[in-house]
Design a protein around this ligand. Structure first.
Ligand code: URA
Length: 285
């Protein structure tokens, strides 16, 4: 019996947490076979557009190595993350994200999703915003558009932000923990989160927001892991209701808009979180 699922059906099953195994396609089989024998160090550093981070090279798993299609055609897939992220200015950071091939998510993406906000006040500078909203990772719509939260969850987010006088094009910046779409909308893997983490960290350094709204489990874990012991073990409900800290910036934890679309009664709690964030901001002013 063959189970012939198209990409949308696989994604739907993944969304419902129903694992399905199907035989690999010929292309997938080739990737697996090459990944099993290719040494990680075979990635040619010289082909990297920016200087490689040596730690990142050794951290790449075997499957991250270059993919050899034939004797005369070598298609390197993954490269080390750019160095110097922590000193980049905004345009350099944007370019680094756009060209990033440090984890396997680069292979399936249409676009990287850096974030969206008002225009920068001058060339080289980051947008000036008090609010930073952080989600998890781009979905299918975001991957195609190159912009975060453009689907149904994004409409809800925009409506909620509008209710407190915020707008993605004038006074709030929206970003994700992960800049590339995980296939089938699966959860990001720890290695993908780790590879992307310096980008969000530098975005926050440059934006200097006065308040961060962390939406959903991944954003909360990523932003609070250094300040809340065993944050990943705490239910989100326990992290709501009081401001936390990320490198000196207050963080309010709240539900992810996609969760709210499925759990309408919790919208009232998300509204309370937004009001808390507003209060924290006003108190600091
Ligand atoms: N969910 C997210 O977390 N981020 C997006 O950009 C879209 C959906």
């Amino acid at each position: 019996m063959s189970l012939d699922l198209d990409e949308r059906q696989r994604a739907m099953l993944a969304e419902m947490n129903i694992p399905v195994w199907w035989p690999p396609t010929a292309a997938e089989a080739e990737v697996e076979a090459v990944a099993m024998v290719a040494p990680a160090a075979s990635v040619p550093a010289a082909s990297s557009p920016v200087a490689p981070e040596s730690i990142a090279v050794s951290a790449q798993p075997a499957r991250a190595a270059g993919l050899k299609h034939s004797e005369d055609q070598v298609a390197p897939t993954l490269q080390p993350r750019p160095t110097g992220i922590d000193t980049m200015d905004w345009p350099a950071l944007q370019a680094a994200v756009a060209g990033c091939r440090a984890c396997k998510l680069c292979e399936g993406r249409h676009n990287t999703v850096f974030g969206v906000g008002p225009a920068a006040p001058a060339p080289g500078l980051a947008p000036q915003v008090d609010w930073l909203i952080v989600g998890e990772a781009p979905g299918e719509n975001e991957d195609l558009a190159g912009e975060p939260f453009v689907g149904q969850a994004g409409k809800l987010l925009d409506n909620m932000l509008r209710a407190v006088g915020l707008d993605r094009h004038s006074n709030a910046f929206i970003a994700n923990v992960i800049k590339c779409r995980p296939p089938g909308n699966r959860n990001p893997e720890p290695e993908e989160v780790a590879q992307c983490e310096p980008y969000l960290r530098r975005q926050i350094e440059l934006l200097q927001p006065k308040i961060i709204l962390a939406m959903g489990r991944f954003a909360v874990n990523a932003l609070l892991q250094a300040t809340v012991p065993e944050v990943h073990k705490l239910p989100l409900g326990k992290l709501r209701g009081q401001p936390h800290q990320y490198r000196g910036v207050p963080v309010v934890a709240t539900y992810h808009p996609a969760y709210l679309l499925r759990n309408l009664p919790d919208k009232a709690k998300a509204w309370a979180d937004l009001c808390l964030a507003l209060e924290v901001l006003q108190r600091a002013a």
